[in-house]
Design a protein around this ligand. Sequence first.
Ligand code: AHG
Ligand code: MN
Ligand code: MN
Ligand code: MN
Length: 336
Amino acid sequence: MSDQPNTNIITLTRHVLADQFELGPVASGDLTLLLTAIQTTSKFIATNVRKARLINLIGLAGETNIQGEEQKKLDVLSNDIMINSLRASGKTAVLVSEELDEAVFIDEKHRGKYCVVFDPLDGSSNIDAGVNIGTIFGIYHIRPDSKGTLQDVLRPGSEMVAAGYTMYGSSANLVLTTGKGVNGYTLDAALGEFILTHPNIRVPPRGKIYSFNEGNSMYFHEPVTKYLNSLKYPSNGKLPYSARYIGSMVADVHRTLLYGGIFGYPDDKKSKNGKLRLLYEAFPMAFLTEQAGGIATTGTKRILDIVPTDIHQRCSVFLGSKDDVADLQKFYQQEA
Ligand code: AHG
Ligand code: MN
Ligand code: MN
Ligand code: MN
């Protein structure tokens, strides 16, 4: 019978619904519906990414975002897709996007109980070359009695109720945590459904890969330089690590979750606070990493404990296998 087609596939919606059934009548199903809206945005963005070259979606949009980055057409389109869909879901109250200077407060008619922070298109510099890119999102439940204010999203990442990303590569892969481990789903384009293909992702305790933009080496602080040297010139007859750096956080983190090792984008002498954004890049990826059994740190502090003061603030990021990140942390401790 093993060569029979599987008639009992687990879709993402079915998987999330199973959690809802477990909670019984207390669960409203709102998170399930919100996640359905997010899945739809990922399918829509994936379709546009695939067609980008054919429908003139390559290149610059002509505007600059608040971080001073030139927006690509796909950055703007993906942002619009997400704002429209999340608002229409009726499940959100506050939205924060990399591409919008200010937070979006949802009108009363459409207002729900969740806040979504997101990077609509991660890895913009890779779009035109056809290299993997993605979407990152984090979800907070609104504070009790709040109608949706900035305070609902200026909260530590440890208060997120769900986080994930979709990577647009040879297939579209959605990786999600709702605080009970990490699961990966692959889009079956014919069905239009994300199917559970990577249940219970665990990051190996140690890997063999490091993933940093070493072009910034001249700006790196000493603990990072010393750590990277320890990987490249190991003692005790150990083998050196392999370097892999794609330049799309989604793709670099995806590989790190599956293969292990360490991904880093440190603060340095030039970028005082690092490059990656806390709310919609560092927090969701830190939440996923911890849920997969890894560590996510600034070097000296757990990322998920940071209390944001600005929606677009940046932070230093190291994440991955627990033994690898622990080695890095030792170099910071030596410095202190
Ligand atoms: P975005 O495309 O959303 O602005 O994010 C870019 C980020 C992230 O994807 C990646 O890890 C990092 O920038 C790459 O930066 P460098 O080009 O400086 O290596
Ligand atoms: Mn950007
Ligand atoms: Mn990004
Ligand atoms: Mn982006």
